[in-house]
Design a protein around this ligand. Structure first.
Ligand SMILES: [Zn+2]
Length: 260
């Protein structure tokens, strides 16, 4: 028997988001959820490379905590992975707006991020991921007819206070942007232009040609003219090393740095 949250993918798709349903998600859960009152935002504290390296842990759990650990994962490229339609172990003890049964009353979203703001593991949030985070939360809140205040960060809900640090971004800001999306007054999402001022094409996974070879030479991977997984990983690393948003896409800023 499927659990209650089978509406999740369609609500996200209707909001124009990328969605990947994971095998078995409809019947995955620690029993069913109760009445859904809100959404809780998390970060995975996972690896620094890859789009969604924590997907397996969120699905299956870890030694000290059985899975699933959230209904949704959000990759660095803004894709939502639908993991479970039932109850998940994401909240623990806490309180948000008087609701203390986090796992029963809140949908959990685990967004891929190391959770570090500085140092070797610093992981600036890609704009495309944050945009999808806000739009996904807005779509879910509309579906459950809740106000933006019913979106909380794990760090805001968790008790005792300071038990959890996630997510690293400012939740008050986040809620006001979610609220603007729900009201239909949000600015258009960040769109990367197809070429830069020197007419260099924006390149991403799957692209081919001479310009890709230039990128491959610059980031130090075998030159084969195809923007493959190894190229994308090297581009992300190059972007991190140069203080750029590590989205794995070579747009105007990354081109300027490479051509530097
Ligand atoms: Zn959390």
């Amino acid at each position: 028997m499927p659990f209650s949250l089978t509406w999740l993918p369609q609500v996200l798709l209707d909001a124009g988001l990328k969605v990947a349903e994971q095998p078995g998600w409809r019947t995955r859960g620690r029993g069913d959820v109760g009445p859904i009152k809100g959404v809780m935002c998390h970060h995975t504290a996972g690896a620094k490379t890859g789009n969604m390296p924590s997907l397996g842990i969120v699905t299956n759990g870890r030694r000290d905590l059985p899975g699933p650990l959230a209904q949704l994962c959000l990759g660095r490229d803004g894709t939502y992975f639908v993991v479970a339609a039932g109850r998940c172990n994401h909240a623990g003890r806490g309180n948000w707006q008087g609701f203390t049964a986090g796992n029963t009353n809140f949908i959990g979203i685990e967004a891929e991020n190391t959770g570090h703001l500085s140092g070797d593991k610093a992981d600036p949030w890609p704009a495309v991921q944050m945009d999808a985070y806000r739009r996904g939360v807005a779509a879910i809140l509309k579906k459950i007819r809740a106000n933006a205040i019913m979106c909380c960060g794990h760090k805001e809900y968790a008790l005792p206070m300071h038990r959890k640090p996630d997510p690293t971004f400012d939740m008050t800001d986040f809620r006001s942007q979610v609220s603007a999306i729900m009201a239909g007054i949000a600015p258009a999402p960040t769109i990367i232009p197809p070429t830069d001022s020197a007419n260099r094409p924006t390149l991403r996974r799957g692209d081919t040609g001479k310009a890709v070879e230039t990128i491959q030479t610059a980031v130090g991977v075998p030159v084969n003219g195809t923007f493959d997984a190894a190229t994308e990983a090297a581009v992300r690393q190059f972007q991190r090393d140069h203080g750029l948003v590590p989205d794995g896409i070579v747009g105007p800023r990354t081109w300027a740095t490479i051509a530097g």
